[in-house]
Design a protein around this ligand. Sequence first.
Ligand code: ZN
Length: 132
Amino acid sequence: MQETLRVRTRRPQEVVDLTREVAAAVSRAAISEGICTVFVRHATAAIVINENADPGFRLDLVAALDKLFPEGVWEHDKVDDNGAAHLKAAMLGPSEAVPVRDGRLLLGTWQGIALVECDGPREREIVIDVRP
Ligand code: ZN
């Protein structure tokens, strides 16, 4: 089963928790065991699995990406001025896969699934693919 989730981001950079939406899609798929892939269809956004409970982590991730990738010094900036955003997204990657067991995402206690916006605000399209 596949679903498309559309998320409107609100800031130039932010981390948006998707765990509840993905878990709901897994419930609707009604499979016992399998795999859930979450994939963002954009070159300046990423999907990560990490700390879910502390909102400070989301700020840390944005701050760390800014330290790694300064603005305005990349070849791609000559084309459309968002070279840093592409590099951040490329390093994190566009997808994550989570095992499904007993009809639920097999995430650890402190793990959540999140969209990382690197060049917002924009509308982002995320594909959730659940299969046995
Ligand atoms: Zn670009």
